[in-house]
Design a protein around this ligand. Structure first.
Ligand code: ADE
Ligand code: ZN
Length: 335
């Protein structure tokens, strides 16, 4: 099973570039930019990755972003991730960036976008990977600020496939961002939002009904509302599930309790993703392997999860057909 999973062509649809900063790179950028990050070593930073919940993670994660100042810092962050996941046979990755987290620190949209864009183009040329950029609004801030982030990004709109919603979920309901997502949709962007990670099934329902999302990020707590589970099975709105993230942020106590297999078996379009791989102890293959072992996913279920990823990607018909063919060829050879 390990060899089969590792070699399988994959699509990743839910990962935060800022969450891919490994302690080694974080320290290297801190040195390069002469910033004191308040930890003595890579190991002491890594030892602090022991989270009680989403907020305790976000505090440390946002603090680490101070090392990102220049275009090449954003490039190095994105390039490290893309090069790393190519080793996991990820052939297409849709990556999240939260402009507000950087605009608030005085970094221009051009600086972040040029850096990330450079890495994405390099991935195409050097790694044969395709990529998409999704800009994530931070829900703990106002909708007005989300609009400002949208306006600041508009000159670079041709580089963006969609908009998303992240940050502290509980107390910041999806409906708070109804107008800004309506505007994104009117401009032709795809829409995703974190929901049902720490928030309950009602947050998932509101995300679908009020925001009109194309995909739900996490969504695992939809399980608390059986009618919603049936509706999601029928609509096939994809869920970008991140099992190791849910374990690390204590959304589930044990991976064996995770909803992924139950939701898949209930007919939902479940996909596998890493969320913030540097902080949550694993990239794509780690997520597949740990989840397979904990939930007893069959070969056919692994294949179905990977197929769901291809079907849910924001790519044109030609690229989707290409990804699909590579996946099917792989399984045909695997027998
Ligand atoms: N930003 C980065 N990772 C996140 C997560 N797991 N939930 C919400 N916002 C995030
Ligand atoms: Zn996320």
């Amino acid at each position: 099973m390990r060899r089969l999973v590792e070699g399988m062509p994959k699509v990743e649809l839910h990962m935060h570039l800022e969450g891919s900063l490994e302690p080694e790179l974080l320290f290297a950028l801190a040195r390069r930019n002469d910033i004191d990050i308040g930890f003595a070593s890579e190991d002491s930073l890594r030892a602090a990755y022991d989270f009680a919940n989403l907020q305790s993670f976000l505090d440390i994660y946002y603090a680490g972003l101070r090392v990102l100042l220049h275009e090449r810092d954003f490039h190095d962050m994105a390039w490290s991730y893309l090069r790393r996941v190519r080793e996991d046979n990820v052939l297409h990755a849709e990556v999240f960036l939260a402009p507000q987290a950087h605009l608030r620190r005085g970094i221009s949209v051009r600086t972040m976008f040029d850096g990330v864009r450079g890495a994405m183009e390099r991935a195409r040329g050097e790694l044969g990977m395709t990529t998409g950029l999704i800009l994530v609004f931070q829900r703990q801030f106002s909708e007005e600020e989300a609009f400002e982030s949208l306006r600041a990004s508009e000159p670079f709109a041709d580089r963006v496939v969609g908009f998303g919603l992240g940050g502290a979920e509980v107390g910041n309901r999806p409906g708070k961002f109804a107008r800004v997502f309506a505007e994104c949709r009117a401009q032709g962007f795809r829409i995703v939002a974190h929901a049902g990670e720490e928030g309950g099934a009602d947050y998932v329902r509101e995300t679908v009904e009020v925001l009109g999302v194309d995909r739900i990020d996490h969504g695992v707590r939809c399980e608390e509302d059986p009618a919603l589970v049936r509706e999601l099975a029928e609509s096939r709105i994809p869920l970008t599930v991140c099992p190791l993230s849910n374990l690390k942020l204590k959304v589930v106590r044990r991976l064996e309790d995770h909803a992924m297999a139950r939701l898949l078996r209930a007919g939902l379009a479940v996909t596998m993703n890493s969320d913030d791989p540097s902080y949550f102890g694993g990239y794509m293959n780690d997520n597949y392997l740990a989840t397979q072992a904990a939930l007893g996913l069959t070969r056919e279920e692994i294949r179905e999860i990977a197929r769901n990823g291809v079907a849910a990607a924001f790519v044109d018909a030609r690229r989707r057909a290409e990804l699909s063919r590579m996946l099917e060829d792989y399984w045909a050879k695997a027998g």
